[in-house]
Design a protein around this ligand. Sequence first.
Ligand code: ADP
Ligand code: MG
Length: 211
Amino acid sequence: MSDHVTVAEAIDAVRRWQRTIAEQRDDLTELDSVIGDADHGTNMARGLDAVIHKLDESTPATFADLGKLVGMALISTVGGTSGPLYGTLFLRFGTTGGAATEIDTAGFGAALRAGVDGIVARGKAEPGDKTMVDALIPAVDAWDQAAADGVDAAAAAALAAAQAGRDATIPLVARKGRASYLGERSAGHLDPGAASATMLISAIRDAVVTA
Ligand code: ADP
Ligand code: MG
């Protein structure tokens, strides 16, 4: 049972997230075409391409370095709302992870939570507003609750919670972002940001599992 996450695993998670987003780009854009402006997939794919370019140039040595690299690349290349929000997640994650090259399971959960708290501070979305927060908050809660059982258990619990939170956005009426302009008509559709956020948690799970 692994009880820590290394920077190398965290870098692998970011690379996996980029591959999934590239593969699912059109599906994410399709989701955003229904309740937004049809750019979430292209926004995220562009931002993560820039991240991979930076990672290919230099390998971050610490969580702080990784968070800064990913956060800055997303903020500077993604035009949509999601770029600064995900960028904030990574900047805060890095600040909390700090100069370490590995952190224990609970510490990794705390770094993720700091990142999610950063999204909430910046975007002011509450649970139930039909945003990425609806996948991310349950995920970090589940990670914390299972952290004592090791990384594999925490990551599996976080992914299940993210998926449930993502799917639970379908009936919700959006209260933040462009989808909120639709009012009641936003109900009945999955939130694109909750989908891309679940892909991040899935990438983390795949990168940290030992089995
Ligand atoms: P834009 O809405 O500017 O076109 P994107 O399409 O890339 O940006 O991202 C849309 C996603 O961003 C939404 O599906 C939602 O999950 C998320 N989002 C929008 N506003 C907020 C907010 N205030 N807080 C958290 N997430 C938000
Ligand atoms: Mg959009």
